[in-house]
Write a protein that binds this ligand. Structure first.
Ligand code: NAD
Length: 475
């Protein structure tokens, strides 16, 4: 990046400032909401490969207006206090926007997870978790982590087990972390949740033709050309669902080692297999591989989905970005300066606060499941099926009795007679959440003087809700 830009946390603060200028908050309350309450730095040693390795990790708590606070744990070499605090602030606003009853937090460990084998990673994760658990920075009622870049179900299962070992009589121990595998207290649909949320967000945008027209686009998602950066958890699921279920064409995929482009559209599943097998995109058959992946962010397309890391669209490349619609699947992929350039160009940006909130939404469902100690759908699924069967049998009886010759459409009966299991309920809850949150944002976007874009609208909705909670506490 050639030009000096504010850091990630300053970028988030500047975006916050843009929103509060349009609000009527007292300066004291404004400051209370903006600041990060605390950041705990932990340095710990683990004996690995015959010597002691020292690691540095962070857990930031941005706002405790609601507890527990919630936010993922990231494993990456680039993790810094600034980054963790920015991500914790985003979590506060994100949870408020999608009405998940949590404050904002985030954690990070400076580590290249690919440099260690599974057993070593388990030792490191358990030790990091131990440091946080003994300070109540992992706790079902106070601070509940989740996966983020470089972590997944496996790490969350280790953390949950570590907590249970240290809190043997806590009946709610499993609720200390979300994103666990289903056999360790997780929930169906959590792994796909953030990518699924990106799909639901785009579907909701395209339900509003006037919003789509702001991006100089029209019609639905079918046939739209999409470029995705990062084929990890979020990018893979978003690209897969958009192409397989909505007819979008994935014309570009950007990874660490370059990008694949294809006007005919890439088959996401096949690219994912190639990436897993070879560690990169190079050599994938039937598409063009370009070594300068970042350049493909600037290629023509209808929808750009940055789903890897922050700051990838910056002052140095913003003017050359051609996508008219960008959905921020990653956190903070557009810097404050780039955001201004893109807004002036008329680019519609669906902001991270909203776009990647699917993860925390389903994490909320998982936490509720853990506290209620029962799988969603267990009580009502068969009752729902019995009621549907009653109706179908009555229709069939009427048709036979009166010689009406009615026949139910093929497939209808089977579909109608299948009660909702946990995955169906989770997707339904996520869809509802994404629709309602978008509608809250667009009401402010279109209805409030001075609001130019969805990002500022998202911040206003979120900050307003946080402010109301603080006021009701007497602040
Ligand atoms: P991940 O580790 O599963 O995937 C990240 C992908 O990006 C990897 O495939 C990696 O190879 C690729 N990548 C890394 N650097 C790159 C670069 N310079 N250029 C191109 N590709 C690069 O992580 P994830 O969980 O998918 O998270 C991605 C983003 O989404 C992060 O910003 C994260 O904070 C955000 N997010 C994740 C979740 C979640 O539930 N996992 C929820 C909300 C937000």
């Amino acid at each position: 990046m050639a030009v000096q830009e504010p850091g990630f946390r300053d970028s988030v603060d500047l975006m916050f400032d843009r929103a509060v200028r349009l609000m009527d908050l007292s300066p004291g309350l404004e400051q209370k909401i903006r600041v990060c309450n605390s950041t705990y730095t932990v340095r710990f040693g683990v004996r690995l490969r015959g010597k002691i390795e020292t690691f540095t990790g962070y857990r930031s708590v941005h706002s405790e207006h609601m507890e527990p606070v919630k936010g993922g744990i990231r494993y990456a070499l680039a993790v810094t206090q600034d980054e963790v605090e920015a991500l914790a602030a985003l979590m506060t606003y994100k949870c408020a926007l999608v009405e998940a009853p949590f404050g904002g937090s985030k954690g990070g460990l400076c580590i290249d997870p690919r440099a260690w084998d599974e057993q070593e990673l388990e030792s490191i994760t358990r030790r990091f978790a131990y440091e946080l658990i003994k300070r109540d920075l992992i706790h079902p009622a106070q601070n509940v982590p989740a996966p983020d870049m470089g972590t997944g179900e496996r790490e969350m299962a280790w953390i949950a087990d570590q907590y249970a070992r240290m809190n043997t009589t806590d009946i709610n121990a499993r609720a200390c972390v979300t994103g666990k595998p289903p056999h360790a207290g997780g929930i169906q649909g959590r792994v796909e949740a953030t990518g699924r949320g990106v799909q639901f967000a785009l579907r909701e945008v395209f339900r509003h033709p006037e919003d789509v027209a702001r991006a100089h686009l029209s019609g639905g998602l079918d046939g739209k050309r999409v470029i995705v950066q990062g084929l990890g958890n979020v990018g893979y699921h978003a690209a897969k669902f958009l192409s397989e279920e909505d007819g979008a064409l994935i014309t570009g995929i950007i990874e660490r080692d370059g990008a694949l482009v294809s006007d005919a559209g890439l088959e996401v599943e096949a690219v994912k297999h190639h990436l897993a097998a070879t560690g990169g995109l190079h050599g994938f058959p039937g598409a063009t591989w370009l070594p300068d992946g970042a350049k493909v962010l600037e290629a023509p397309c209808d929808i750009l989905i940055p789903a890897a890391l922050e700051g990838v669209i910056h002052l140095g490349n913003a003017a050359r970005i051609q996508a008219p619609l960008i959905i921020e699947a990653a956190n903070g992929p557009i810097t404050f300066g780039a955001d201004e350039i893109l807004r002036q160009k008329g680019t519609v940006i669906v902001p991270d606060l909203y776009a990647n909130a699917g993860g925390v939404t389903v994490s909320y469902f998982e936490w509720v499941k853990n506290l209620s100690h029962i799988r969603f759908g267990r009580m009502q699924r068969r009752a729902e099926e019995a009621r549907s069967r009653l109706l179908v049998e009555e229709l069939e009886r009427l048709s036979a009795d009166k010689n009406l010759g009615w026949a139910l459409a093929p497939g209808f009966k089977e579909q109608f007679l299948t009660g909702s299991d946990e995955l169906v309920l989770v997707r339904s809850g996520l869809d509802d959440t994404m629709r309602i949150a978008y509608q809250a944002m667009r009401e402010v976007w279109h209805g409030r003087t001075g609001v130019e874009d969805l990002r500022v609208a998202a911040y206003i909705v979120a900050i307003d809700r946080v402010a109301k909670t603080y006021r009701s506490k007497g602040l």
